[in-house]
Design a protein around this ligand. Structure first.
Ligand code: FAD
Length: 426
């Protein structure tokens, strides 16, 4: 069996949902667009999985967090796709793609032919086995990338109330999971090799604010070491984790958040790759004219940062997806993708956003003993990045503008003294 579509999106996550909405806004006809997804549900807001989905009271469940509610836009249920004539092929993995022939082959044996392909395959969680540790398949070891993982995590969590969890990793997924575990009355120890949490973004000062708060909630931090192996019981359940520093921690469950790898394998040897992702130009077009890439998998030029980047953040997935639909549907009216990187996270009652680039020297501002504080990154005499915890919408907008406008800064201490006012009045 073979079907033909003008536009095919491979991958049915955040980017696919936002692209679908934009395609319809720009007049795509019925039966022109097809989305093929390995997941059995319509595109949803993935960030919910480590936040409201894990709440002990009134947790978020589908259909409430399908795209595009995360950007305060329409909720695209499966019926919405049907009504708009968009073919949603769910629970179906694309096994191979031939960009020369413009065909792809699904796991159900169907060949689908396209005129234009959009790659939105996202990323997968890195497994412990890639670092030489066995045990990912144990029933009380959890990862968190998709809905199936989240369902599993909830079940394991519910069976461990009052028990002990070790969270492996110190990035935002690990931090958000640790907060959720605490809220679900589980004792948490976080283990990571770096000197502090969120090492790719946070300064030691920012990290210590959050770590202090987590500690006040009972979370223990073991820094500067890594997991070396698990102890198992006779049923294959993990009973303890062994760390490289020689210590052993008894556990009821383990959550692993050690990073992701973009899903590029369908296109290796067919498209130009860079920085572990699929390289695209300012129109989000790959090295093949008929193929575009968006979201976590795409490496695109970010002029504000003066280099190409692959961003693993939801805002970039939403905006690259919208832009690609515009490029394809209205090529003459659509310019290059211009982007101000935004990364946010929420845990406990915290909510922070970071805009721009974390390059250069850092100036901290605000009250690090209170609930509102931030930092600016100054590179080559210009403000290039801004971070704020606990801001209002106006304040977040102001720090975004500052990162966008890149004002000249010659006196770092003065910017620190002005703090948030520097962005608000700038
Ligand atoms: P995804 O949303 O990952 O979608 C990819 C889809 O493609 C998946 O459905 C996958 O099954 C499918 N697929 C892959 N290969 C194939 C194939 N061969 N055939 C068919 N289908 C395939 N970002 C933030 O900025 N802030 C946050 O607070 C935040 N929280 C997050 C919390 C969690 C738990 C996770 C996992 C991510 C979070 N993110 C956050 C990151 C954000 O969700 C991602 O950047 C975003 O989902 C990327 O969108 P995407 O469409 O590129 O990929």
């Amino acid at each position: 069996m073979e079907r033909v579509f003008a536009y095919v999106i491979v991958g049915g996550g955040v980017a696919a949902g936002y692209a679908a909405l934009e395609f319809t806004k720009r007049g795509v006809s019925h039966a022109q667009l097809c989305i093929i997804s390995e997941e059995p549900v319509a595109p949803y807001e993935r960030p919910t999985l480590s936040k409201k989905f894990l709440h002990p009271e009134s947790p978020a469940r589908l259909p409430s967090f399908h795209t595009c509610v995360g950007a305060n836009e329409e909720l695209l249920t499966p019926t919405w796709y049907e009504e708009h004539g968009i073919e949603l092929v769910l629970g179906t993995r694309v096994e191979s793609v031939d960009v020369g022939q413009k065909t792809l082959l699904t796991a159900s044996g169907e060949t689908i032919r396209y005129e234009t392909l959009i790659i939105a395959t996202g990323a997968k969680a890195l497994k412990l086995e890639e670092f030489g540790v066995k045990g990912s398949e144990a029933e009380n070891v959890c990862y968190l990338r998709d809905l199936a993982d989240a369902d599993r995590l909830v079940n394991v969590m519910q069976s461990c109330t009052g028990g002990n969890a070790v969270v492996i990793g110190g990035g935002y997924i690990a931090m958000e999971c640790a907060a959720s575990l605490v809220t679900n009355k589980i004792n948490v120890t976080m283990v990571f090799p770096e000197a502090h949490c969120m090492p790719r973004l946070f300064t030691p000062k920012i990290a210590s604010y959050y770590e202090d708060y987590y500690q006040s909630k009972g979370v223990k931090f073991i820094r500067g070491t890594i997991l070396s192996s698990f102890e198992f019981d006779s049923n294959g359940k993990v009973t303890a984790v062994n760390l490289r520093d020689g210590s052993q921690i008894p556990v009821d469950m383990v959550v692993v958040g050690i990073g992701i790898r973009p899903n590029t394998s369908l296109f290796e040897g067919q498209l130009t790759m860079e920085k572990g992702g699929i390289k695209v130009n300012g129109k989000l077009q790959t090295s093949n004219d008929s193929v575009y890439a968006v979201g976590d998998v795409a490496v695109f030029p970010v002029d504000l940062c003066g280099r190409i980047r692959r961003l693993e953040h939801v805002d970039s997935a939403r905006k690259t997806a919208k832009h690609v639909a515009a490029v394809i549907m209205e090529p003459d009216k659509t310019g290059e993708f211009e982007y101000l990187p935004l990364f946010y996270s929420k845990a406990f009652s915290f909510s922070w956003r970071f805009y721009g680039d974390n390059a250069g020297e850092v100036v901290h501002f605000g009250n690090y003993l209170g609930t509102k504080f931030g930092a600016y990154w100054i590179n080559n005499g210009h403000l290039v990045g801004s971070f704020l915890e606990g801001g209002t919408e106006d304040e977040f907008e102001a720090i975004a503008n500052a990162a966008q406008l890149k004002p000249a800064v010659d006196d770092l201490a003065e910017v620190g003294r002005q703090g948030l006012n520097f962005a608000m009045t700038g």
